[in-house]
Design a protein around this ligand. Sequence first.
Ligand code: BGC
Length: 494
Amino acid sequence: MKRLPIFIALIALSLADDINPRKFPKTFKLGVANAAPQIEGGWNEDGKGETIWDRFAHKHPEKIADRSTPDVACDSYHKYKEDIALIKAMGLDHYRLSIAWSRVLPTGYTDKVNKAGVEYYKNVFKELKENDIKPMVTLYHWDLPQPLQDQMNGWLNESIVDVFGDYAKFAFETFGDDVDWWITVNEPKQVCQSGYGTGGYAPGVVGSGVTDYSCARNILLAHARAWHIYNELYRSKNKGKVAIVVDASWSEPGSDSDADRAAAERATQFEVGLYANPVFNGDWPEVVKRRVAERSKMEGYEESRLPAFSEREIAYLKGTSDYLALNTYSTMMVSAAGEAPLTASFEHDKNVRYWAEPDWPKDGPWWFYDLPWGLRKFLNWLKRTYNNPEIVVTENGYVTGDDTLEDDKRIHYFRGYLSACLDAIYKDNVNLTAYTAWSIMDDWEWTGGYTSFLGLYKVNFTDPERPRIKRKSADFFAGVAKNRCLLDPSECID
Ligand code: BGC
């Protein structure tokens, strides 16, 4: 009996041992995120135009896990003050949100401005300012105005570079005084590989290995257009920063063999480098160019399926990132795979095999594991590969099918991942300046509908009032913001 307290003390010690006791640097920012199409609702209210996700959910309920729509979601269109009050109560520095393109420009073009939409975001920014919370604003979180898909095939048409540039200019001009952190596009990989490749996401275009690369090219040039507009017209006045978000799980080599190491590196170059290399260095990563050219030839194509950038475009793209924005949730083991059948496909071009160690902690979807060491390795890879850029974690969070309020597993995840951030900052000298948890509350999780939970707050989606209900992890996160440390304040080190 007497041994029990000693045993508990030992467990506490070993837990604490794994957690970095340092305090976050004074300038380090902690915040939470979400995005317009996942929380706002008001899908056709006050002049908002239809988006490709509105159309996708309405026309293809069979593609959404619970056949739901984002029509009302968390009703943040009406409840934003309540959301901001929650962020204030947690003592956080920033709120990452997105502007719904079709709420301010219903057709996608600047010829028709929706005043009510502009007013809405002005009010949101005003409320944030009054509460001393900095907005981090995404221009495109997957919600393309439907007319742009209908009229020009969305991201597959190069004209979208100008159209997106006009939208970005409109947003910088209209909201620039309120925003320091801009994000042009959230996770272009998901937009292109799922929206215009496998067709699993809106707008459902199928053409993996061909159309996804055209999408990537246009989205990168559109990002660069927005960056240049900001750089030339707004930077000196507004002094903000502009970046594009890249996303991936960390790819850990399945063994020490050269083949597995190369496979893991190739995976990260296809997932991250495809979007990060152009904005940091001007062009696609070498391994991606080589693989797609080789495969295209074997398949009988005259030219590589990966459309090349011209010298002018390379110069235009290079250096269009003021910081590196990273969304990441998990880690996978990656091994070399035999050459896949000769059909065009992004996955065949990448050519790796993903797997998970049987003893990894498992609680969510097939790709999701609570492995904080993956984040630390990922941050170090980005530091090495892109010449030590400023890095901001723009999304990281715990996903599960269980909506319990006693979410100790989510707390375990956040503590571990935040500790990995501290390790990266203090032990590895990674220039990591902010961490953003996904999500402030449960939301409409795209094809997962309302069946996948990531919120610090639970939302009751069957109640018309959409009440926000605090989870244990919200208190944990508030404690981190208050003490700026992951342990009991008495154990924290400056
Ligand atoms: C996206 C979010 C999404 C989150 C969790 C990210 O891929 O940016 O919109 O909700 O992952 O699934």
